[in-house]
Design a binder for this molecule. Structure first.
Ligand code: GDP
Ligand code: IMO
Ligand code: MG
Length: 452
Protein backbone atom coordinates (compact mmCIF):
# COMPACT_ATOMS: atom_id res chain seq x y z
CA UNK A 1 0.00 0.00 0.00
CA UNK A 2 1.39 3.44 -0.87
CA UNK A 3 2.75 4.82 2.39
CA UNK A 4 1.38 8.32 2.00
CA UNK A 5 -2.24 7.29 1.43
CA UNK A 6 -4.33 6.62 4.52
CA UNK A 7 -6.42 3.44 4.70
CA UNK A 8 -9.89 4.94 4.59
CA UNK A 9 -9.55 5.43 0.83
CA UNK A 10 -10.08 1.74 0.07
CA UNK A 11 -13.90 1.60 -0.18
CA UNK A 12 -15.61 -0.86 -2.60
CA UNK A 13 -17.22 1.41 -5.22
CA UNK A 14 -15.08 4.36 -6.14
CA UNK A 15 -14.77 6.54 -9.23
CA UNK A 16 -12.34 9.10 -10.63
CA UNK A 17 -13.85 11.74 -12.95
CA UNK A 18 -12.56 14.97 -14.51
CA UNK A 19 -14.28 18.17 -13.42
CA UNK A 20 -13.13 20.35 -16.34
CA UNK A 21 -12.58 19.78 -20.08
CA UNK A 22 -10.33 16.73 -19.73
CA UNK A 23 -6.64 16.11 -19.05
CA UNK A 24 -7.00 16.85 -15.34
CA UNK A 25 -4.58 13.98 -14.50
CA UNK A 26 -7.21 11.29 -14.04
CA UNK A 27 -4.71 8.66 -15.22
CA UNK A 28 -2.31 9.54 -12.43
CA UNK A 29 -5.08 9.32 -9.81
CA UNK A 30 -6.43 6.02 -11.15
CA UNK A 31 -3.00 4.45 -11.11
CA UNK A 32 -2.47 5.66 -7.53
CA UNK A 33 -5.80 4.32 -6.33
CA UNK A 34 -5.57 1.01 -8.17
CA UNK A 35 -3.58 -0.59 -5.39
CA UNK A 36 -5.92 -2.65 -3.26
CA UNK A 37 -8.56 -2.80 -6.00
CA UNK A 38 -9.88 -5.99 -7.60
CA UNK A 39 -11.17 -4.32 -10.78
CA UNK A 40 -10.56 -1.11 -12.72
CA UNK A 41 -13.29 -0.16 -15.18
CA UNK A 42 -13.25 2.18 -18.22
CA UNK A 43 -16.91 2.90 -18.94
CA UNK A 44 -17.14 5.65 -21.62
CA UNK A 45 -15.20 7.39 -24.37
CA UNK A 46 -12.68 5.70 -26.62
CA UNK A 47 -9.30 6.39 -28.17
CA UNK A 48 -9.99 10.14 -27.87
CA UNK A 49 -8.74 9.83 -24.28
CA UNK A 50 -5.07 10.10 -23.41
CA UNK A 51 -4.22 9.19 -19.83
CA UNK A 52 -0.62 9.53 -18.68
CA UNK A 53 0.86 7.50 -15.87
CA UNK A 54 4.38 8.24 -14.68
CA UNK A 55 6.18 5.70 -12.53
CA UNK A 56 9.75 6.81 -11.93
CA UNK A 57 11.40 7.06 -15.35
CA UNK A 58 8.61 5.13 -17.08
CA UNK A 59 5.90 7.09 -18.86
CA UNK A 60 2.79 5.29 -20.12
CA UNK A 61 0.22 6.97 -22.37
CA UNK A 62 -3.02 5.01 -22.35
CA UNK A 63 -5.92 5.67 -24.70
CA UNK A 64 -8.22 2.65 -24.60
CA UNK A 65 -6.77 0.53 -21.86
CA UNK A 66 -7.67 1.32 -18.23
CA UNK A 67 -4.88 2.93 -16.21
CA UNK A 68 -5.16 0.04 -13.74
CA UNK A 69 -3.27 -2.15 -16.22
CA UNK A 70 0.08 -1.25 -14.68
CA UNK A 71 -0.80 -2.99 -11.42
CA UNK A 72 -0.55 -6.76 -11.38
CA UNK A 73 -3.42 -8.68 -9.86
CA UNK A 74 -6.08 -6.23 -11.02
CA UNK A 75 -8.70 -7.16 -13.61
CA UNK A 76 -9.33 -4.34 -16.08
CA UNK A 77 -12.71 -4.07 -17.76
CA UNK A 78 -13.81 -2.09 -20.80
CA UNK A 79 -17.57 -1.92 -20.45
CA UNK A 80 -20.53 -1.30 -22.84
CA UNK A 81 -20.32 2.52 -22.79
CA UNK A 82 -16.88 2.57 -24.44
CA UNK A 83 -16.33 2.71 -28.22
CA UNK A 84 -13.43 0.59 -29.43
CA UNK A 85 -11.15 0.96 -32.41
CA UNK A 86 -9.73 -2.56 -32.91
CA UNK A 87 -6.42 -1.69 -34.64
CA UNK A 88 -5.76 1.08 -32.12
CA UNK A 89 -6.41 -1.08 -29.07
CA UNK A 90 -4.29 -3.88 -30.56
CA UNK A 91 -1.43 -1.44 -31.13
CA UNK A 92 -1.74 -0.34 -27.51
CA UNK A 93 -1.78 -3.94 -26.29
CA UNK A 94 1.33 -4.71 -28.37
CA UNK A 95 3.21 -1.67 -27.19
CA UNK A 96 2.53 -2.62 -23.56
CA UNK A 97 3.64 -6.20 -24.34
CA UNK A 98 6.96 -4.80 -25.57
CA UNK A 99 7.33 -3.27 -22.12
CA UNK A 100 6.60 -6.57 -20.38
CA UNK A 101 2.91 -6.02 -19.60
CA UNK A 102 0.73 -8.87 -20.85
CA UNK A 103 -2.65 -7.19 -21.24
CA UNK A 104 -4.62 -10.26 -22.37
CA UNK A 105 -4.21 -11.85 -18.92
CA UNK A 106 -5.62 -8.85 -17.12
CA UNK A 107 -8.25 -7.26 -19.36
CA UNK A 108 -11.75 -8.05 -20.64
CA UNK A 109 -13.70 -6.13 -23.26
CA UNK A 110 -17.48 -6.00 -23.32
CA UNK A 111 -19.21 -7.71 -26.24
CA UNK A 112 -21.72 -4.84 -25.94
CA UNK A 113 -19.12 -2.09 -26.57
CA UNK A 114 -19.50 -0.49 -29.99
CA UNK A 115 -16.82 -0.67 -32.66
CA UNK A 116 -15.32 2.41 -34.30
CA UNK A 117 -15.23 1.35 -37.96
CA UNK A 118 -13.23 2.98 -40.79
CA UNK A 119 -16.32 4.88 -42.02
CA UNK A 120 -16.64 6.56 -38.62
CA UNK A 121 -13.16 8.02 -38.92
CA UNK A 122 -13.92 9.22 -42.47
CA UNK A 123 -17.18 10.79 -41.29
CA UNK A 124 -15.48 12.49 -38.34
CA UNK A 125 -12.92 14.07 -40.68
CA UNK A 126 -15.54 15.07 -43.20
CA UNK A 127 -17.98 16.60 -40.71
CA UNK A 128 -15.07 18.56 -39.21
CA UNK A 129 -14.07 19.89 -42.62
CA UNK A 130 -17.63 20.93 -43.43
CA UNK A 131 -17.97 23.09 -40.32
CA UNK A 132 -15.49 25.92 -40.02
CA UNK A 133 -14.65 28.87 -37.79
CA UNK A 134 -16.00 29.12 -34.30
CA UNK A 135 -18.58 26.40 -35.01
CA UNK A 136 -15.86 23.79 -35.52
CA UNK A 137 -15.78 21.30 -32.63
CA UNK A 138 -12.16 20.39 -33.29
CA UNK A 139 -12.58 16.71 -32.43
CA UNK A 140 -9.72 14.28 -32.00
CA UNK A 141 -10.70 12.80 -35.42
CA UNK A 142 -10.90 9.33 -33.86
CA UNK A 143 -14.42 8.64 -35.19
CA UNK A 144 -15.97 9.00 -31.75
CA UNK A 145 -19.03 11.12 -32.58
CA UNK A 146 -20.08 9.12 -35.69
CA UNK A 147 -19.67 5.81 -33.81
CA UNK A 148 -21.83 6.94 -30.89
CA UNK A 149 -24.24 8.42 -33.46
CA UNK A 150 -24.67 5.01 -35.08
CA UNK A 151 -25.06 3.41 -31.66
CA UNK A 152 -27.99 5.67 -30.85
CA UNK A 153 -29.33 5.28 -34.42
CA UNK A 154 -28.95 1.47 -34.09
CA UNK A 155 -29.41 0.45 -37.75
CA UNK A 156 -25.75 0.89 -38.79
CA UNK A 157 -24.03 -0.08 -35.55
CA UNK A 158 -21.54 -2.87 -34.95
CA UNK A 159 -20.71 -4.11 -31.46
CA UNK A 160 -17.63 -6.06 -30.38
CA UNK A 161 -19.78 -9.18 -30.08
CA UNK A 162 -20.92 -8.76 -33.70
CA UNK A 163 -17.34 -9.12 -34.94
CA UNK A 164 -17.45 -12.80 -34.11
CA UNK A 165 -20.97 -13.57 -35.36
CA UNK A 166 -21.60 -15.43 -38.65
CA UNK A 167 -23.54 -12.50 -40.16
CA UNK A 168 -20.68 -10.01 -39.64
CA UNK A 169 -19.66 -9.96 -43.32
CA UNK A 170 -23.21 -9.32 -44.54
CA UNK A 171 -23.64 -6.60 -41.98
CA UNK A 172 -20.51 -4.80 -43.18
CA UNK A 173 -21.58 -5.09 -46.84
CA UNK A 174 -25.00 -3.64 -46.05
CA UNK A 175 -23.58 -0.73 -44.00
CA UNK A 176 -20.76 0.08 -46.45
CA UNK A 177 -23.27 0.37 -49.30
CA UNK A 178 -25.19 3.06 -47.44
CA UNK A 179 -22.16 4.85 -45.97
CA UNK A 180 -20.57 5.17 -49.42
CA UNK A 181 -23.67 6.88 -50.74
CA UNK A 182 -23.83 9.30 -47.82
CA UNK A 183 -20.12 10.14 -47.89
CA UNK A 184 -20.13 10.56 -51.69
CA UNK A 185 -23.11 12.89 -51.55
CA UNK A 186 -21.55 14.97 -48.75
CA UNK A 187 -18.09 15.23 -50.32
CA UNK A 188 -18.95 15.23 -54.02
CA UNK A 189 -16.34 12.48 -54.35
CA UNK A 190 -17.67 9.38 -56.12
CA UNK A 191 -14.70 7.30 -55.06
CA UNK A 192 -15.03 6.98 -51.29
CA UNK A 193 -12.24 4.75 -49.94
CA UNK A 194 -14.36 2.05 -48.33
CA UNK A 195 -13.86 -1.49 -49.57
CA UNK A 196 -16.30 -3.84 -47.81
CA UNK A 197 -14.38 -7.05 -48.60
CA UNK A 198 -11.07 -5.60 -47.40
CA UNK A 199 -12.73 -4.34 -44.21
CA UNK A 200 -14.32 -7.74 -43.58
CA UNK A 201 -11.03 -9.61 -43.82
CA UNK A 202 -9.09 -6.98 -41.82
CA UNK A 203 -11.65 -6.83 -39.00
CA UNK A 204 -12.08 -10.60 -38.91
CA UNK A 205 -8.36 -10.83 -38.21
CA UNK A 206 -8.63 -8.18 -35.46
CA UNK A 207 -11.54 -10.12 -33.99
CA UNK A 208 -9.45 -13.30 -33.91
CA UNK A 209 -6.77 -11.51 -31.95
CA UNK A 210 -9.20 -9.83 -29.53
CA UNK A 211 -11.55 -12.82 -29.12
CA UNK A 212 -10.01 -14.17 -25.88
CA UNK A 213 -10.75 -10.81 -24.26
CA UNK A 214 -14.30 -10.26 -25.57
CA UNK A 215 -16.93 -11.27 -23.05
CA UNK A 216 -20.06 -10.14 -21.20
CA UNK A 217 -18.51 -7.73 -18.69
CA UNK A 218 -21.94 -7.01 -17.16
CA UNK A 219 -21.88 -10.47 -15.61
CA UNK A 220 -18.36 -10.04 -14.27
CA UNK A 221 -19.19 -6.63 -12.84
CA UNK A 222 -22.48 -7.57 -11.21
CA UNK A 223 -20.89 -10.69 -9.69
CA UNK A 224 -18.11 -8.48 -8.36
CA UNK A 225 -20.66 -6.11 -6.85
CA UNK A 226 -22.45 -9.03 -5.17
CA UNK A 227 -19.13 -10.26 -3.81
CA UNK A 228 -18.33 -6.78 -2.44
CA UNK A 229 -15.15 -6.55 -4.49
CA UNK A 230 -13.18 -3.30 -4.62
CA UNK A 231 -13.92 -1.61 -7.92
CA UNK A 232 -12.44 1.59 -9.28
CA UNK A 233 -14.13 3.35 -12.20
CA UNK A 234 -12.00 5.47 -14.51
CA UNK A 235 -13.74 8.38 -16.19
CA UNK A 236 -12.45 9.69 -19.51
CA UNK A 237 -12.68 13.26 -20.83
CA UNK A 238 -14.09 15.82 -18.39
CA UNK A 239 -17.54 16.67 -17.08
CA UNK A 240 -17.80 19.85 -19.18
CA UNK A 241 -17.44 17.64 -22.28
CA UNK A 242 -20.51 15.59 -21.27
CA UNK A 243 -22.91 15.16 -24.20
CA UNK A 244 -25.96 16.11 -22.11
CA UNK A 245 -24.60 18.36 -19.38
CA UNK A 246 -21.50 19.97 -20.90
CA UNK A 247 -20.84 22.89 -23.24
CA UNK A 248 -22.90 21.43 -26.09
CA UNK A 249 -22.20 21.15 -29.01
CA UNK A 250 -18.54 21.53 -28.05
CA UNK A 251 -18.50 18.27 -26.16
CA UNK A 252 -17.64 14.65 -26.74
CA UNK A 253 -20.35 12.10 -27.51
CA UNK A 254 -20.61 10.24 -24.21
CA UNK A 255 -21.67 11.00 -20.64
CA UNK A 256 -18.27 11.98 -19.32
CA UNK A 257 -19.56 13.53 -16.10
CA UNK A 258 -20.37 11.54 -12.97
CA UNK A 259 -23.82 10.69 -14.30
CA UNK A 260 -22.28 8.36 -16.90
CA UNK A 261 -20.73 5.85 -14.47
CA UNK A 262 -23.82 3.73 -14.13
CA UNK A 263 -25.04 3.76 -17.74
CA UNK A 264 -21.58 3.18 -19.17
CA UNK A 265 -20.58 0.33 -16.89
CA UNK A 266 -23.81 -1.37 -15.86
CA UNK A 267 -23.55 -1.04 -12.06
CA UNK A 268 -26.35 0.48 -10.03
CA UNK A 269 -25.71 4.17 -9.37
CA UNK A 270 -26.40 3.89 -5.65
CA UNK A 271 -23.52 1.44 -5.29
CA UNK A 272 -20.82 4.05 -5.99
CA UNK A 273 -19.78 5.31 -2.58
CA UNK A 274 -17.03 7.65 -3.47
CA UNK A 275 -16.50 9.95 -6.45
CA UNK A 276 -13.18 11.76 -6.66
CA UNK A 277 -13.39 14.83 -8.89
CA UNK A 278 -10.06 15.74 -10.43
CA UNK A 279 -9.33 19.35 -11.31
CA UNK A 280 -6.25 21.26 -12.31
CA UNK A 281 -5.26 24.28 -10.23
CA UNK A 282 -6.03 26.29 -13.38
CA UNK A 283 -8.02 25.34 -16.50
CA UNK A 284 -7.30 23.96 -19.97
CA UNK A 285 -9.30 22.95 -22.99
CA UNK A 286 -8.36 21.27 -26.31
CA UNK A 287 -10.43 21.91 -29.43
CA UNK A 288 -13.18 24.45 -30.03
CA UNK A 289 -15.87 25.86 -27.80
CA UNK A 290 -16.40 28.42 -25.06
CA UNK A 291 -13.78 28.75 -22.34
CA UNK A 292 -14.72 31.71 -20.13
CA UNK A 293 -11.43 32.03 -18.22
CA UNK A 294 -9.13 31.46 -21.21
CA UNK A 295 -5.98 33.58 -21.23
CA UNK A 296 -4.79 34.15 -24.78
CA UNK A 297 -1.81 36.11 -23.52
CA UNK A 298 1.54 35.69 -21.79
CA UNK A 299 -0.16 34.34 -18.63
CA UNK A 300 -1.79 31.56 -20.67
CA UNK A 301 1.51 30.86 -22.42
CA UNK A 302 3.30 30.74 -19.05
CA UNK A 303 0.85 28.09 -17.81
CA UNK A 304 1.26 26.13 -21.08
CA UNK A 305 5.03 26.20 -20.73
CA UNK A 306 5.12 25.33 -17.04
CA UNK A 307 2.48 22.60 -17.35
CA UNK A 308 3.71 21.27 -20.70
CA UNK A 309 0.13 21.67 -21.85
CA UNK A 310 0.07 19.79 -25.15
CA UNK A 311 -2.54 17.11 -25.89
CA UNK A 312 -1.66 13.48 -25.05
CA UNK A 313 -3.69 12.15 -27.98
CA UNK A 314 -3.29 14.76 -30.73
CA UNK A 315 -0.30 16.82 -29.56
CA UNK A 316 -2.32 20.03 -30.00
CA UNK A 317 -1.36 22.95 -27.71
CA UNK A 318 -3.99 23.11 -24.99
CA UNK A 319 -5.80 26.39 -24.47
CA UNK A 320 -4.96 27.64 -20.96
CA UNK A 321 -6.65 29.91 -18.43
CA UNK A 322 -7.51 30.54 -14.79
CA UNK A 323 -9.39 28.20 -12.49
CA UNK A 324 -13.14 28.55 -12.97
CA UNK A 325 -14.88 27.87 -9.67
CA UNK A 326 -18.38 28.34 -11.08
CA UNK A 327 -17.79 25.55 -13.59
CA UNK A 328 -16.05 23.24 -11.08
CA UNK A 329 -18.78 23.71 -8.49
CA UNK A 330 -21.36 22.82 -11.14
CA UNK A 331 -19.58 19.63 -12.21
CA UNK A 332 -18.78 18.58 -8.64
CA UNK A 333 -22.46 18.82 -7.72
CA UNK A 334 -23.59 17.17 -10.97
CA UNK A 335 -21.24 14.24 -10.47
CA UNK A 336 -22.00 13.59 -6.81
CA UNK A 337 -18.36 14.32 -6.06
CA UNK A 338 -17.39 13.34 -2.51
CA UNK A 339 -13.83 14.71 -2.57
CA UNK A 340 -11.50 16.56 -4.89
CA UNK A 341 -8.01 15.93 -6.23
CA UNK A 342 -6.33 19.26 -6.99
CA UNK A 343 -3.57 18.68 -9.53
CA UNK A 344 -0.72 20.66 -11.14
CA UNK A 345 -0.30 22.98 -8.17
CA UNK A 346 3.41 23.11 -9.02
CA UNK A 347 2.62 24.72 -12.40
CA UNK A 348 1.51 27.97 -10.70
CA UNK A 349 4.57 28.25 -8.44
CA UNK A 350 6.32 31.04 -10.30
CA UNK A 351 3.39 33.43 -10.51
CA UNK A 352 3.25 36.53 -8.34
CA UNK A 353 -0.52 36.64 -8.48
CA UNK A 354 -3.14 34.08 -9.45
CA UNK A 355 -6.68 34.80 -10.54
CA UNK A 356 -9.67 32.63 -9.69
CA UNK A 357 -13.06 33.06 -11.33
CA UNK A 358 -15.69 33.22 -8.57
CA UNK A 359 -18.77 34.31 -10.57
CA UNK A 360 -19.78 35.56 -14.02
CA UNK A 361 -21.37 38.69 -15.34
CA UNK A 362 -24.03 37.99 -17.96
CA UNK A 363 -26.16 40.71 -19.58
CA UNK A 364 -25.21 43.14 -16.81
CA UNK A 365 -26.07 40.75 -13.98
CA UNK A 366 -23.81 38.82 -11.63
CA UNK A 367 -24.58 35.09 -11.81
CA UNK A 368 -23.16 32.16 -9.88
CA UNK A 369 -24.44 29.31 -12.07
CA UNK A 370 -23.01 27.70 -15.21
CA UNK A 371 -25.17 28.75 -18.19
CA UNK A 372 -26.59 26.02 -20.41
CA UNK A 373 -26.36 27.76 -23.78
CA UNK A 374 -23.19 28.18 -25.74
CA UNK A 375 -24.09 31.78 -26.68
CA UNK A 376 -24.36 32.77 -23.01
CA UNK A 377 -21.09 31.00 -22.26
CA UNK A 378 -19.45 32.95 -25.07
CA UNK A 379 -20.83 36.29 -23.94
CA UNK A 380 -20.25 36.22 -20.21
CA UNK A 381 -17.44 38.02 -18.41
CA UNK A 382 -15.66 36.20 -15.60
CA UNK A 383 -15.43 37.94 -12.23
CA UNK A 384 -12.06 37.25 -10.68
CA UNK A 385 -10.54 37.35 -7.24
CA UNK A 386 -6.80 37.83 -7.21
CA UNK A 387 -4.78 35.70 -4.81
CA UNK A 388 -1.09 36.05 -3.97
CA UNK A 389 1.27 33.42 -5.41
CA UNK A 390 3.89 31.62 -3.30
CA UNK A 391 6.89 31.60 -5.63
CA UNK A 392 8.50 28.55 -4.09
CA UNK A 393 9.02 25.23 -5.88
CA UNK A 394 6.52 22.72 -4.46
CA UNK A 395 7.44 19.65 -6.52
CA UNK A 396 9.20 18.07 -3.54
CA UNK A 397 6.27 18.52 -1.13
CA UNK A 398 4.89 15.28 0.29
CA UNK A 399 2.74 16.65 3.11
CA UNK A 400 0.85 19.87 3.86
CA UNK A 401 3.71 20.87 6.13
CA UNK A 402 6.04 20.89 3.11
CA UNK A 403 3.83 23.35 1.20
CA UNK A 404 4.27 27.12 1.51
CA UNK A 405 1.36 28.78 3.32
CA UNK A 406 0.32 30.64 0.14
CA UNK A 407 -0.10 27.34 -1.74
CA UNK A 408 -2.29 25.88 1.04
CA UNK A 409 -4.31 29.11 1.14
CA UNK A 410 -4.84 28.87 -2.62
CA UNK A 411 -5.99 25.26 -2.33
CA UNK A 412 -8.28 26.15 0.56
CA UNK A 413 -9.84 28.95 -1.48
CA UNK A 414 -10.59 26.50 -4.29
CA UNK A 415 -11.97 23.97 -1.82
CA UNK A 416 -14.36 26.49 -0.30
CA UNK A 417 -15.51 27.68 -3.74
CA UNK A 418 -16.17 24.14 -5.04
CA UNK A 419 -17.83 23.16 -1.79
CA UNK A 420 -16.13 19.74 -1.60
CA UNK A 421 -13.21 18.59 0.55
CA UNK A 422 -9.80 18.45 -1.14
CA UNK A 423 -8.39 15.00 -0.48
CA UNK A 424 -5.38 14.97 -2.79
CA UNK A 425 -2.96 17.64 -3.92
CA UNK A 426 -0.69 16.73 -6.83
CA UNK A 427 2.60 18.59 -7.23
CA UNK A 428 4.12 16.69 -10.17
CA UNK A 429 3.44 13.81 -12.57
CA UNK A 430 5.05 11.06 -10.53
CA UNK A 431 3.05 8.77 -8.23
CA UNK A 432 5.08 9.97 -5.29
CA UNK A 433 4.40 13.66 -5.97
CA UNK A 434 1.10 13.48 -4.17
CA UNK A 435 -0.19 14.75 -0.84
CA UNK A 436 -3.07 12.82 0.73
CA UNK A 437 -5.27 14.64 3.24
CA UNK A 438 -7.11 11.93 5.15
CA UNK A 439 -10.50 12.37 6.74
CA UNK A 440 -10.12 14.08 10.07
CA UNK A 441 -7.45 16.38 8.70
CA UNK A 442 -8.30 19.45 6.67
CA UNK A 443 -6.75 22.40 4.90
CA UNK A 444 -8.69 24.69 7.19
CA UNK A 445 -7.37 23.05 10.38
CA UNK A 446 -3.86 23.08 8.94
CA UNK A 447 -4.08 26.80 8.18
CA UNK A 448 -5.55 27.56 11.61
CA UNK A 449 -2.70 25.74 13.32
CA UNK A 450 -0.09 27.49 11.16
CA UNK A 451 -1.47 30.99 11.54
CA UNK A 452 -2.45 30.77 15.25
P1 GDP B 1 -5.82 12.71 -18.06
O1 GDP B 1 -6.32 12.66 -19.44
O2 GDP B 1 -6.81 13.36 -17.12
O3 GDP B 1 -5.35 11.39 -17.52
O4 GDP B 1 -4.56 13.69 -18.07
P2 GDP B 1 -3.35 13.68 -19.16
O5 GDP B 1 -2.49 12.53 -18.89
O6 GDP B 1 -3.88 13.86 -20.52
O7 GDP B 1 -2.65 15.05 -18.80
C1 GDP B 1 -2.09 15.30 -17.57
C2 GDP B 1 -0.58 15.58 -17.75
O8 GDP B 1 -0.06 16.19 -16.57
C3 GDP B 1 0.24 14.32 -17.92
O9 GDP B 1 1.32 14.60 -18.76
C4 GDP B 1 0.71 14.00 -16.51
O10 GDP B 1 1.91 13.24 -16.47
C5 GDP B 1 0.94 15.37 -15.96
N1 GDP B 1 0.70 15.55 -14.52
C6 GDP B 1 -0.12 14.86 -13.69
N2 GDP B 1 -0.15 15.43 -12.46
C7 GDP B 1 0.69 16.49 -12.50
C8 GDP B 1 1.06 17.49 -11.56
O11 GDP B 1 0.61 17.53 -10.42
N3 GDP B 1 1.95 18.42 -12.00
C9 GDP B 1 2.47 18.44 -13.26
N4 GDP B 1 3.33 19.39 -13.56
N5 GDP B 1 2.09 17.54 -14.19
C10 GDP B 1 1.23 16.57 -13.81
P1 IMO C 1 -8.94 12.70 -21.61
O1 IMO C 1 -9.63 11.41 -21.17
C1 IMO C 1 -9.26 16.59 -23.56
C2 IMO C 1 -12.21 16.96 -26.77
C3 IMO C 1 -11.67 17.20 -28.16
C4 IMO C 1 -12.81 18.01 -28.76
C5 IMO C 1 -14.06 17.38 -28.13
C6 IMO C 1 -14.74 16.36 -29.02
O2 IMO C 1 -7.53 12.54 -21.97
O3 IMO C 1 -9.21 13.77 -20.60
P2 IMO C 1 -14.12 13.88 -29.77
O4 IMO C 1 -12.93 13.35 -30.52
O5 IMO C 1 -14.32 13.28 -28.42
O6 IMO C 1 -15.38 13.86 -30.59
O7 IMO C 1 -13.79 15.45 -29.56
O8 IMO C 1 -13.61 16.74 -26.94
N1 IMO C 1 -11.66 15.77 -26.08
C7 IMO C 1 -10.77 15.83 -25.08
N2 IMO C 1 -10.11 16.88 -24.56
N3 IMO C 1 -9.06 15.35 -23.06
C8 IMO C 1 -9.75 14.30 -23.55
O9 IMO C 1 -9.70 13.07 -23.00
C9 IMO C 1 -10.61 14.50 -24.66
N4 IMO C 1 -11.39 13.69 -25.40
C10 IMO C 1 -12.04 14.48 -26.25
O10 IMO C 1 -10.48 17.92 -28.14
O11 IMO C 1 -12.73 19.34 -28.31
MG1 MG D 1 -5.74 13.30 -21.36
Amino acid sequence: MLPFIAEEIWVPGQCVIGLQWGDEAKGKLVDLLTEGKDLVVRYQGGANAGHTVVIGDDVYKLHHIPSGILNEGVLNLITPGVVINPPTILAEINSLAERGIVVADRMKISCRAHVVMPWHVLEDKMWNELVSGEDNIGTTLRGIGPCYGDKIGRSFAIRMGDLIQPDFADRVRRIVAVKKQVLSAASGNQDVALDAEAIISEYTEYANQLKPMITDTNRILLDAVDADKNILFEGAQGSLLDIDHGTFPFVTSSNSSGVGISTGSGVPGNWIEKVIGVTKSYATRVGGGPFPTEQENDKGQHIRDMGNEYGTTTGRPRRCGWFDAVAARYTARLGGVTSVALTMLDVLSKLEEIEVCVAYELKGERIDYFPSHVNDLRNLTPIYETLPGWQIDVTGARSLDDLPLGAVQYARKIESLIGRRIEFISVGPDRAQTIHIPEGKSLEAHLKAKTA
